[in-house]
Design a protein around this ligand. Structure first.
Ligand SMILES: Nc1nc2c(c(=O)[nH]1)N(C=O)[C@@H](CNc1ccc(C(=O)N[C@@H](CCC(=O)O)C(=O)O)cc1)CN2
Ligand SMILES: Nc1nc2c(ncn2[C@@H]2O[C@H](COP(=O)(O)OP(=O)(O)OP(=O)(O)O)[C@@H](O)[C@H]2O)c(=O)[nH]1
Ligand SMILES: [K+]
Length: 461
């Protein structure tokens, strides 16, 4: 992105759509002193709230509110930032937005694209890429633990770990590359500098960060669980019992929306997206298109689920029709990876034991007995183990970059282990490991990656 382009002032409503006590219109760019002057009729002091009118073209106030001016580089974006904090009505905010565009025409003022304020913060080195992503993850967090972790990542907890690893790889690379210039010393180099020992220590550190990033990604993405089973086995009752006081904070983001067939709960702060697959049984004789689509969706959620809870009814186990219908579902679920399947027997309060020859968890959605065991089984299936305090938020992208780093380091170790170790190959693997690691903080990244990351932000962020 050229310098000239990211100096174009941008403007957006920063607060959520709809009515609110206060609403903010935010501008970032250059030449904002004059803009503030025209809009408020006053000379704004840096970083000091100014109360007064926001003026329309005819000199009449659109509203009275607080104006805040942050001169570059000491602002969120690193550019001049002007905030108009008005009364939070949609019409007031639209009028202010239009007024900013009007007054800023000669500056090239335009509406901001989603994530563009944060993208500018990234381009101006206010935030690295992992921190910028954490901004979005903080806003989208559906549990308290996810929000706390995102906040830690935003403050730099994750980035610092990555930078420290990168630093250690750089030190080793410098040693190796210095030696490459003196071929006669190559033979002794690996011994003298304890390159193998240093590499092993870095590998261990990468493995540690990778394990924590996996936990962070789990906090962000959550676990997708599908409830499968015949009608009346107690799927809804189980969902309600699990939800109980543990409903995650529900947000309007696609996928965490609570509706008839899907709900997000939390277990130890891990978001658990549960989908009920009502209608599973009927797909063979689905009577209409709507039903067929419903059934197809059920199978889609099963295909993409991290865990499938196959629920059975202990009180009907002796009924041959019930068993036959269960077998049909079992057969269809059998195509799914058996490691994802949890066999769960409901209505244990009836006093019926686990059917002979069957393996699974017995519980009662009615009394709550056995629920704790199910919660633990779900978390274990997810691979959750960390205490939320030590966790930073992370994304699949980060986990993949760390895996790639670990692979290149392992390759480097292989080269170093050979009797006639090829130092140039060793050096090349270290370079690739370093590059993979830097993708996380965006010090090495492709433009299309940036577009993809910032394009998913909400408008005004
Ligand atoms: N009104 C308002 N509230 C907000 C934001 C905002 O843009 N406006 N934020 C937007 O996301 C978040 C806060 N993020 C911010 C980050 C840095 C700076 C800032 O002025 N940084 C300067 C000075 C730092 C300092 O004094 O220590 C700098 O980095 O140089 C401001 C807001 C949340 N709350
Ligand atoms: N005794 C006993 N009855 C239960 C238990 N859980 C659910 N039930 C009863 O079983 C019946 C069916 O429960 P639901 O939760 O509606 O079952 P479902 O699987 O969601 O049913 P569909 O929505 O038709 O698929 C209700 O009468 C519940 O009260 C339990 O743990 N013990
Ligand atoms: K039901």
């Amino acid at each position: 992105m050229s310098l000239a382009r990211h100096l174009d002032p941008i403007v957006a409503i920063a607060t959520a759509p709809g009515r609110g006590a206060v609403g903010i219109v935010r501008v970032s760019g250059r030449g904002l002193v004059a803009l503030g002057q025209t809009l408020t009729g006053a000379t704004l002091q840096p970083r000091r709230a100014h109360y007064g009118p926001f003026l329309a073209a005819d000199g009449q106030p659109i509203d009275h509110g607080l104006a805040l001016y942050f001169p570059a580089p000491h602002s969120y974006t690193g550019e001049d930032v002007l905030e108009l904090q008005a009364h939070g009505g949609p019409v007031v905010l639209q009028l202010l937005l239009a007024r900013c565009l009007e007054v800023g025409t000669h500056l090239g003022m335009r509406l901001a694209e989603p994530g563009e304020f944060t993208q500018r913060a990234f381009l101006n080195d206010k935030l690295d890429l992992a921190q910028a992503e954490a901004v979005a993850d903080l806003i989208d967090a559906s549990t308290e633990a996810a929000a706390r972790s995102a906040s830690r990542s935003l403050a730099g907890a994750f980035s610092h770990e990555i930078d420290a690893l990168a630093e250690r790889i750089v030190t080793l690379r410098m040693l190796v590359e210095a030696t490459l210039d003196f071929p006669e010393e190559e033979i002794d180099f690996l011994e003298a500098a304890d390159a193998r020992g240093k590499l092993a220590a870095i590998q261990a550190a990468v493995a540690g960060v990778l394990a924590r990033a996996r936990q962070g990604a789990l906090l962000r993405e959550g676990l997708r669980v599908v409830l499968a089973g015949q009608p009346n086995v107690g799927k809804s009752s189980l969902l309600n019992a699990l939800a109980g006081a543990e409903l995650a904070i529900v947000t309007p983001i696609a996928g965490t929306t609570r509706d008839r067939v899907s709900e997000t709960i939390q277990i130890e702060g891990v978001p658990i997206h549960i989908t009920d697959t009502a209608g599973l049984r009927d797909d063979a004789d689905a009577s209409d298109e709507v039903e067929r689509i419903g059934v197809a969706r059920s199978w889609e959620s099963i295909a993409s689920a991290d865990a499938i809870v196959f629920l059975h009814d202990l009180t009907r186990w002796d009924d041959p029709d019930y068993q036959a219908a269960d077998a049909v579902i079992a057969q269809r679920l059998g195509v799914a990876d058996p490691a994802r399947l949890l066999q769960v027997f409901n209505k244990a309060d009836s006093g019926r034991p686990l059917p002979p020859g069957r393996d699974g968890l017995c519980l009662s959605a009615r009394t709550g007995e056995g629920l704790e065991a199910l919660r633990h089984a779900l978390l274990a299936r997810a691979g959750w183990q960390a205490a939320p305090e030590g966790v930073f938020i992370a994304r699949t992208r980060h986990v993949q970059a760390l895996r790639l780093t670990a692979e290149h380091l392992a390759q480097a170790a292989d080269h170093a282990a050979q009797a006639d170790a090829a130092l140039d190959l060793f050096a090349e693997e270290l370079r690739l490991a370093h590059q993979a690691l830097q993708q996380i903080t965006g010090k090495f990244s492709a433009d299309d990656l940036l577009g993809e990351i910032f394009g998913r932000f909400c408008i005004g962020k």
